[in-house]
Design a protein around this ligand. Structure first.
Ligand code: CU
Length: 279
């Protein structure tokens, strides 16, 4: 019997693969020539990047997170359905180990009240899919809220008026250079696109050119299996869709709520990404 256990252990090993991930909570901004809104996010390096890190693991993987808080206020870290770290004081590092058993697309965030409005919400994917895969985290930015939350001031929770809308921290046309969300593939490919609504508003992606099959919708299980060109995403929801393009072309994927296709008051901007399907 012991030899059998040894052999099983040997073959099962890859599923127990272990990883460590360092994340830094840092401040940067959503900026352009006419606006500069503070934006906090989770980066894999100790400096600001324009988007929260998209984290991807294989099912069964054990991961140890090391979270360092570079802000001057206390933060936390939580992965939807998995737990996290309750308290990360300013300039401290905390660690947490978790096993990701269930394939899926999960919101990770700082669950401290309204810290997600600072920008502290990202996407974690557990998947063994090995064909073209793309990722889009949708977020809004309300400067008044962000400044009040970061500086400990007061703000009106009933008055949420974001003036910038981003995908992976970028507003169109910057999204055209975003390798995570710019869908580039060939006719007949099986493509998956993961979307997480890390904001506080409902969002409504609209696909031009093709219909997609909804594989996963964390807050609308009734959507699963639907073939659609548009769907609603609740705040905090993740949706995974599959697309097999039947023709070549260049098409936008944008949010149907038109205010979200602006950034700093300018249209077109905001939550608009693109795809280029080759012959
Ligand atoms: Cu449209």
């Amino acid at each position: 019997m012991r030899w059998l256990i040894c052999i099983l252990t040997f073959f099962v090993m890859p599923a127990w693969a272990q990883q460590s991930v360092e994340l830094f909570i840092v401040e940067g901004g959503v900026t352009n020539s006419n606006y500069d809104i503070p934006y906090f996010n989770f980066n894999t390096r100790d400096q600001f990047d324009s988007s929260n890190a998209v984290l991807r693991f294989q099912p069964g993987e054990e991961v140890t997170f090391y979270l360092t808080n570079r802000t001057d206020f206390t933060c936390a870290f939580h992965v939807e359905g998995h737990g996290g770290i309750e308290r990360i004081a300013a300039n401290e590092t905390e660690e947490w180990t978790v096993i990701f058993d269930q394939p899926g697309t999960y919101l990770y965030e700082d669950p401290t009240q309204d810290h997600r409005a600072l920008g502290l919400g990202g996407m974690l994917v557990v998947s063994e899919f090995n064909r073209p895969e793309f990722y889009a985290v949708l977020t809004e930015h309300d400067e008044e809220w962000i400044e009040a939350i970061a500086d400990g001031g007061s703000y009106d929770r009933r008055a949420y008026n974001p003036e910038a809308f981003t995908i992976n921290g970028m507003g169109f046309p910057r999204t055209l250079k975003d390798t995570l969300s710019f869908i580039e593939a060939n006719v007949g490919d099986t493509i998956r696109v993961h979307m997480t609504n890390a904001g506080y508003m409902h969002h409504f992606p609209h696909w031009h050119g093709y219909h997609v099959t909804i594989l996963e919708a964390s807050m609308h299980p009734n959507y699963i299996g639907w073939v659609k060109d548009s769907y609603g995403m609740a705040p905090g929801e993740s949706v995974t869709v599959q697309l097999v393009p039947d023709k070549p072309g260049m098409f936008p994927v944008h949010n149907h709520n038109l205010v979200t296709t602006t950034i700093g008051g300018n249209y077109p901007g905001g939550m608009m990404m693109h795809m280029h399907i080759h012959e």
